[in-house]
Every structure is written in structure tokens, then in C-alpha cells.
Write a protein that binds this ligand. Sequence first.
Ligand code: CP
Length: 332
Amino acid sequence: MHNVYKYTTMYAIAPAPSLQGRHFLQASDFSSAEIRAVLSLAGYLKSRRSGEQLTMLRGKTLGMLFEKPSLRTRVSFEVGMTQLGGQVMFASGAEFMVGSRETPEDAARVLSRYVDAIVVRTHAHEPLERFAHAATVPTINGLSAEAHPCQALADLLTIQERFGALAGLTIAYIGDAGNNVAKSLAEAAVLCGVTVHFGAPASHSAKESFLAHLQRLGKPHGATARAFRNPTRAVRGVDVVYTDVWTSMGEEALKERNAASLIPYAITQELLAYAQPHSIFMHCLPAHRGEEVSAAVIDGSQSVVFDQAENRMHAQKALLVALLTDLRGIPV
Ligand code: CP
């Protein structure tokens, strides 16, 4: 029996085909069954974390190429790879600016000769796609202007842990609905049967074409996506309230303009009270208390932001095992 079927027994998920050798640039690069299989594997790996040295990725090297700063993504991949028996090579700054010293294609071809998988954090998304197209080893998006799919896996793992299942829940994403975190979260959510409400002003709304894309992804799983101008209406009755900083890395010149538009969308205790009493508050971090979220909310009893941060590591360990192995030999 294929091991994913064994996870089915343990974690009540649908079986999925192998992900070995695939790239992961967007959440929707994976099917619903594939995302749920990765989440199941993440749960299994998390259950074995207590100081145990695993060997699933022994002899494997993960390359990490970062154009932008990172705390969570870098450290969670590095520690996760070490826990799985592999090793990491990290490059940033002048050593790695996609397209400045050489083409993304040449960098990808060279690095594919050295390492077994590559995490890339870029400013623009298009060079990442060119890099992945030329790479002969799995390429993982560690954040680009368009997407943050590893964050979305950790977010869904956290929601699943809290509610026991994903299908039928509703998330309200409040703030900049066009940012990378919002888009990846929404794709992964609707694929898992979670309806998404965006609460954003016209200046930061989800594009109609993206909403249509989410409707197509979510329809087979009973999930929809809706855009609201009124933050109260977006949050009313939902299970999860999510926000992110109002200005993404590299866009600091827009900070004042973004704040002027987004102040009514800050997550306060008053706004959170419109969600279900059992609702949770999520943020991918880093956070700016007093801007997109009040200190009372992010440090309050409904906040799960540090579970989310921890789950980056568990979800990414599962992703690495799925992309780099055929899952045979994993004890379940
Ligand atoms: N959430 C997240 O991606 O954090 P870092 O930018 O610190 O990696």
C-alpha cells in the first residue's frame, strides 16, 4: 500500500499521488488532495518532533536563495531540514540577486547540479518562474510578490489543528487583499473547502479575475470567495480572522498611503467581536501592533500567531519530504 494511504488511516485524509520532483510556486500548484496529504504528513512529523533525529532526507542538501530578509522562513526551513537528517546552503545579498549577475535560468541550472531542492525568496515573481522552469530539482517559493504558499500550508495546518477539519469553515482576510499572503491563503483555503471573505477598500481589493479563479478552484469543494468593502460585514460570523502588515517588504514608499486607506480595516477587539465566539485570530508575522492589529488582539486569547509560526517548520518538513522522496520507508 502506498504510504499516503497509510496516512489516510491515521489522519482521515484522501489519498494523493506522489509529489516527488514537483515545484511549489503557488498554493494552487497542488490539488486539494495533495494539499491535504501534505497537511497530514505535517501532523505526523509534528507528532514525532520531541528531540528525535529523523533520517528521511539524510544526504540531501537544500539550497536557500533569499533576495529579501526573513526570520521565520529561513530558520524554519533550516531547522526542519536538519531535523530530517539533511543540510542547508544559504545565500543572500550580493551572492544571489536573481537576474543581476546571471540569468535566472543559468543560476537554476548551476544550482541544480549542487543541491537537491531550492527555496527562493524573490522580489518579483516572474524571475522565480523562469528559475523554476530551468531548474532540474524541486523549486519552492519562499515568498515572492505574488505568492507565499509555504505560509498558506502552515496556516491551514494551524486552522485544522484548532477546528479538527477544514471543510465548511470561513476565513475573513482583512486589509490588503491583493498581497501575496492573502492570495496564497485564499487559494489553499478554497481548495480545502474553506470559504474566504476579503474585507478591503477599493484601493486594496482582490481583483475580479482572482475572485473568479478562486470560485473555479473552490466550487468542487463547496467553497466560495467574496469581497466586502465593509470590514464588519466581512468578519460577521466567520471562524478565522486574518490580517497582515499593510505594506509589504520593498514597498515602504507606500506606507503612509496604505495606512490612510486601511485604518478602518485594523483588527481590534471591537471588530473581532463580530466573528464567531470560537473564532481565532491569525497573522503571518512580522506584525505591527497598533497598525493592522491591536496589541489586545494579537496578544489575546483568540490569537494563534505563534502556533502559525511554529507550524511553518512542520508544514515545510512535510513539503520537503513529499518533494524529495517517494514516501517509502517513512514509518507510520
Ligand atoms: N511570515 C514570514 O514569511 O516571515 P519571514 O519574512 O520572517 O520569513
